[in-house]
Design a protein around this ligand. Structure first.
Ligand SMILES: [Zn+2]
Length: 151
């Protein structure tokens, strides 16, 4: 997690706006931040670090789910965590290729429960210069499997 958090954007909303959990100010910040994917964790929005492989190349959007299985990496946090009281609450968004709507065929990160409006198109950020990146550690289970293979 980065030290740099992104505050919610409060603005007057029409009284008929359906936002029972007050997530709209966070949604506004996520949508208006064009250079970094934001992840909701610890009750704040933080930059999400795009994973890179051992050669320092960004993992492609269609490989993110596989990378998640082998590395200590997870999808960005959706806003469902804002409804959980624990200070370190985190609900992971699902990464998938959209099969309907205007983003059909594109990789997105969205609420896995369909309960909050967290939604990010991944591909524009994949090619964005300066997006935060991180080389995540391999998961221990995989490391063990490799060790067994070589012993
Ligand atoms: Zn959610």
């Amino acid at each position: 997690m980065s030290d740099e958090s992104f505050p919610p954007i409060f603005s007057p909303t029409r009284s008929n706006t359906h936002d029972p959990y007050g997530q709209l100010p966070w949604i506004r910040r996520i949508r208006s931040t064009k250079n970094t994917i934001l992840s909701f964790e610890g009750r704040q929005l933080f930059p999400w670090f795009w994973p890179v492989n051992d050669r320092g190349e960004r993992v492609t959007p269609d490989e993110l789910n596989d990378h998640r299985l082998t590395h200590e990496f997870r999808g960005p946090g959706c806003l469902c965590a804002s409804r959980i009281q624990a200070p370190d609450a985190f609900t992971e968004a699902r990464i998938f290729c959209a099969e309907s709507g205007v983003v059909t065929g594109q990789w997105v990160a969205a609420c896995g429960r369909g309960e909050c409006k967290y939604f990010v198109r991944l591909e524009p950020f994949y090619i964005k210069l300066g997006h935060p990146i991180r080389r995540y550690d391999r998961r221990r289970k995989s490391v063990k499997m490799i060790q067994e293979f070589f012993s």
